[in-house]
Design a protein around this ligand. Structure first.
Ligand code: SIN
Length: 590
């Protein structure tokens, strides 16, 4: 089914809607595993939730690759929060809340922001108690950096620029030593299992695949989805190879509501070396005083925003793309030559730069924006519940309302810790209801009558298409083109049955890419990370600060009304989300 090019709405495409499961199976014929809580994903949110859930019941964690191959482990900058010391030095939780709202450009949910910012200090103190080694000065005081959009130094870091690695290590060690937690690595989650294929049917666990053990059914009372990361949808990305949008796609197939999918955060500064993967150059580097220069060697950010290089990420990414369009070439420069102790403060980045023979003490660094973080995702309430019974969602795969239309730097590890703890508590309580009753679930898939496309070619074409047509700056014609291309590839790819992860990944990437482009076409005003080259009509403008929610099989998305909260420094109103449509049977369904 093709969309009407004149209409802002894009018709549902049956290729994306019809398939409930990616593979045919009969659960009764497959190996069965049972647990109280199944955690899908081994990043910060997933592992923190597993620790909470293990207070009551048996927990299984599935990691797609090794346990530490996650977006979390790649996080450089740090965790933003206001500990007591910050509060006594002019910073406050209220100020962190205000900065989050300002960066979110009017689409944050105030209650989510308040919850996560105010619970942050407890979670950071807890992780320190669990052995996380944040950087300290010679007197043992925690060091604090600054990043874009923050009006204070409140970003705690470890190993200089290895915060994610250290956080991941701490959580892995804690989960590995817990008698109620089993950790499965190399475990690809193909789909969530639901009692019936209809949207809204309770989740009963997941269908997984392991290179050694093949297909396995894992039954669980509660399933916690923590499989965030979709950067691989874009040709330019700071994300690892595993970030192929699987979590969003499996949730969509299972009937979960997806909110605000058009919002993808582009990190302003990844290293631009032709032919090499885009390595992140942390915003903390600009927090230490690095400047962005055009090709004539002039700073261009001070003329664009009062915070100059430390403006919110969407502002800096747009400014760089526009600068490149104006001056030509493929990148701008990051000048770190005046930063003392660069190798000590940023050892990982320094080593990456040196491997390309760049000396940040002497050379300018070529940088370019790249897809970094999925802001939209599975819609949850503040207890991490989704509209699908038995399914909780946390971390990057979720959309709690914290990030609005643009995430404040270093708020994502914080969200993972806070919401992971809440999901764990929820799951521990739910375990009292006893194990789920396994169901006989059958997936039958007709053989495809279409020719087959070259999977590698679809993957790389899709990534280029998303970058060019749905990247930092968007316009209606290019988004329409992207929808057409995705529809075409879907016709020949989503109707197939694959037996290994590379095929399932491409199917998930097509599904999520289609969600992002369709949502981007639907939101006709520019806000946060979603930048269009056209002026919105008055009617479009009036809908700017609404959440837009998509569900499989439902033709028109739902708009959630927002209420303006006076007194915010954000550029628009602050969205206060009406109660999400959590299924009332979430805590007592089978
Ligand atoms: C960075 O270090 O710039 C990334 C941190 C983040 O995305 O929050």
């Amino acid at each position: 089914m093709r969309g009407d090019a004149r209409s802002p709405e894009r018709a549902l495409n049956s290729n994306f809607e019809s398939r409930r499961y990616l593979i045919p199976f009969r659960t009764g014929l497959l190996p069965q595993i049972f647990c109280d809580t199944l955690v899908l994903g081994s990043g910060v949110a997933g592992l923190r939730s597993a620790i909470g859930a293990a207070h009551n019941g048996q927990v299984i964690v599935c990691a797609k690759d090794k346990l530490d191959v996650t977006n979390t482990a790649w996080a450089q900058g740090g965790v933003a929060t206001v500990l007591q010391r910050g509060a006594t030095e002019g910073d406050s939780i209220e100020s962190h809340i205000q900065d989050t709202l300002t960066a979110g450009a009017g689409l944050c949910d105030l209650e989510a922001v308040r919850l996560i910012c105010s619970k942050g200090p407890d979670r950071i103190n807890e992780i320190i108690d669990w052995g996380m080694r944040f950087d300290r000065d010679s007197e043992g005081h925690l060091l604090r950096g600054r990043e874009g959009g923050h009006n204070a130094h409140r970003v705690y870091h470890a190993g200089g620029d290895a915060t994610g690695v250290e956080l991941q290590r701490t959580l892995i060690e804690r989960t590995q030593s817990h008698e109620n937690i089993r950790l499965f690595d190399q475990c690809f989650v193909i789909d969530l299992l639901t009692m019936s294929p209809e949207p809204g049917s309770p989740v009963l666990g997941a269908m997984t695949w392991h290179p050694k053990y093949g297909l396995q059914v894992i039954w669980s009372r509660t399933t916690i989805l923590a499989m965030g990361g979709a950067g691989q949808l874009f040709r330019e990305t700071s994300n690892p190879r595993v970030a192929t949008a699987d979590g969003i796609a499996i949730a969509y197939r299972a009937g979960a509501q997806l909110a605000d999918m058009e919002f993808v955060q582009f990190h302003p500064t990844t290293l631009y070396v032709p032919g090499a993967a885009r390595a992140l150059i942390s915003e903390a580097v600009r927090g230490e005083g690095a400047h962005l220069l055009d090709h004539a060697g002039n700073r261009f950010m001070p003329a664009i925003h009062e915070l100059a290089e430390l403006a919110p990420r969407d502002v800096v990414a747009r400014a760089i793309v526009r600068q490149i369009a104006q001056q030509g070439g493929k990148h701008v420069w990051l000048d770190c030559r005046h930063i003392k102790h660069f190798p000590e403060r940023f050892p990982g980045i320094y080593s990456t730069l040196r491997s390309f023979e760049i000396d940040p003490g002497e050379d300018l660094i070529p940088v370019h924006p790249a897809a970094h973080y999925t802001i939209g995702g599975v819609r949850t309430d503040l207890q991490t519940r989704t509209n699908v019974p038995n399914l909780l969602a946390i971390g990057e795969v979720s959309c709690t309302g914290l990030h609005g239309a643009n995430r404040l730097a270093s708020n994502s590890l914080l969200e993972g810790l806070v919401m992971g703890a809440i999901a764990g508590e929820q799951a521990a309580v739910r375990a009292d209801a006893g194990p789920v009753t396994p169901s006989s679930i059958v997936s039958a898939i007709d053989e495809s009558g279409h020719a087959e496309l070259d999977l590698d070619d679809v993957r790389s074409s899709l990534r280029s298409c998303m970058w060019i047509n749905a990247g930092v700056e968007r316009n209606r014609t290019r988004l329409e083109d992207a929808c057409d291309m995705l529809d075409f590839w879907a016709r020949y790819t989503l109707d197939k049955v694959f037996e290994t992860p590379d095929g399932w990944e491409v199917q998930n990437m097509l599904t999520t890419g289609a969600m992002i482009t369709r949502a981007a076409l639907h939101r006709t005003c520019s806000i946060g990370t979603h930048t269009l080259d056209s002026e919105p009509s008055d009617q479009d403008r009036s809908r700017c600060f609404e959440h837009v929610v998509w569900t499989r099989g439902v033709e028109h998305p739902k708009h959630t009304p927002s209420i303006s909260v006076p007194g915010s420094k954000s550029s628009g109103s602050v969205a206060v989300r009406a109660e999400p449509e959590v299924n009332p049977s979430v805590s007592d369904s089978p």
